[in-house]
Design a protein around this ligand. Structure first.
Ligand code: ZN
Ligand code: CU
Length: 439
């Protein structure tokens, strides 16, 4: 009679949701040397450790498709704000900003300053950043992208114009180095001042080295308000020109006059998906968060200060209240609070739900792991999807919710052996109580 296999760990008695949208089933999970090696009835098997998951869901570890954890994975390697949500893998380098490559003396124009503190380590090459992570691994797996804004900061004497051909050549070389070192793609953030002057052609030319590599082009689009449709077309065009998959970051429609327009953007995204590779992510909140803008046109509606370097005591307060206390207008108050980050109440809950429920939408927190009063998406995105949106309001079944944070994300970012709970996969596993999980 053959010996029953031995495991390092058996998670027994749970209900498996495997990250493929397949209906849940009851099974034990056997783990050996970091891999899932058995799924089924393992009650007769031995293990060094056993974990009782009776009454709980056992799922593939969640993948946060949109993070700004580039520096946090080094500075806060326990990554409590992600691990506590069941996140086992993070995609870094979003919105055009990555902490590598950057020279020690490089300036950090906003929003780059959201990522790296003045005193934090700098990495002049992407390889040296990944090497630092390998030397001191964080509690989560990291799939890192390089940011176009970061490349501009590294190579351009002025950010107030499109790049010249010699600068594009220099950015190409840095991108090639990053891809060779293991970067999974490049992101842009043409919405933000340091990349706003980059033309569509600049983006195509800078990103050219990803063509044919399978690496992704990920974008915080130029406009997520009045000109969202134009920005979508720009994104699709760049993807076609590069012959590369594109990811639309944190798809949203800002400002009251654009509320309801997900009824137009989502069908257009679906149509584009017929002829090119398009993916998108979304966070489950109707308020956004980023640098505190200076441009008055971006200071509309309710704005809550999340952090301010010169005025940390103002974190958690409304910009309007601060301005009236200081007896100045809000543009001046915003200037006085810089460098700072803020939360903007500028989306429609109906759009948020439409976008979350769109079958191809991945879940990504877009959390900003700095500041005194961060947007709650940093700590709450994944339980909010599982508890509020899936269980409490029934936006989609739990199997779909988990697929949006595991299998779909692994597929879109080509993460090998991650994102599904199957034999042969890395043992990234999360166990939770579906009846009680909440933010
Ligand atoms: Zn962004
Ligand atoms: Cu972002």
């Amino acid at each position: 009679m053959p010996l029953a296999p031995k495991f390092d760990l058996i998670i027994h008695g749970g209900t498996v949701i495997d990250g493929t949208k397949t209906p849940r089933f009851d099974a034990d999970i056997g783990i050996l040397e970091g891999f899932i090696t058995a799924i089924g009835d393992l009650s007769m098997c031995e293990a060094d450790a056993k974990m009782d998951a009776t009454g709980k869901i056992v799922a593939a570890g969640f993948i946060d498709s949109h993070t700004h954890d580039d520096q946090a994975v080094l500075a806060q390697p326990d990554m409590t704000f992600k691990i506590s949500q069941g996140v086992t893998t993070v995609i870094t380098g979003n919105c055009g900003i990555s902490i590598a490559p950057l020279h020690p003396g490089s300036p950090l124009p906003a929003p780059l300053n959201l990522l790296a503190d003045v005193g934090s380590a700098r990495f002049a090459t992407f390889r040296s950043y990944l090497d630092a992570l390998r030397r001191q691994p964080s509690a989560v797996n990291v799939a890192a992208m390089v940011g176009h804004t970061t490349l501009r900061v590294m190579t351009m004497s002025s950010l107030e114009r499109a790049a010249e051909s010699s600068e594009i050549g220099a950015m190409n070389a840095l991108l090639e180095e990053a891809l060779e070192a293991g970067a999974i793609g490049i992101s842009t953030g043409t919405y933000y001042p340091p990349a706003a002057h980059a033309s569509t052609q600049e983006v195509i030319d800078v990103c050219r080295p990803i063509t044919g590599t399978g690496a992704v082009y990920v974008t915080h689009m130029r406009d997520e308000a009045d000109n969202s449709m134009v920005s979508l077309e720009e994104t699709f065009l760049i993807g076609r020109e590069l012959d590369s998959p594109v990811v639309i970051s944190h798809h949203k429609l800002q400002r009251a006059q654009n509320f309801g327009k997900s009824a137009i953007t989502l069908p257009r995204i679906r149509e584009a998906m017929q002829c090119q590779c398009v993916a998108l992510d979304c966070y489950p909140y109707n308020a956004s968060s980023t640098m505190l803008h200076r441009d008055p046109s971006r200071l509309q509606g309710r704005i809550l200060i999340a952090s301010s370097e010169p005025h940390p005591e103002q974190a958690g307060r409304d910009l309007d209240a601060i301005a009236s206390e200081w007896q100045i207008d809000k543009t001046d108050a915003a200037a006085r609070l810089q460098p700072a980050s803020a939360i903007y109440f500028g989306m429609d809950e109906g759009d948020v739900q439409n976008i979350l429920a769109f079958d191809e939408t991945m879940i990504g927190s877009d959390g900003i792991p700095t500041g005194e009063k961060p947007h709650p998406r940093l700590w709450g995105t994944f339980p909010r999807i599982l508890g509020h949106y899936s269980r409490d309001i029934g936006l989609f079944p739990l199997e779909t919710a988990i697929w949006k944070m595991t299998g779909l994300t692994a597929r879109n970012f080509k993460l090998v052996k991650r994102g599904t709970l199957r034999i042969g996969q890395h043992a990234d596993v999360v166990v939770f109580n579906a009846a009680t999980i909440r933010t």
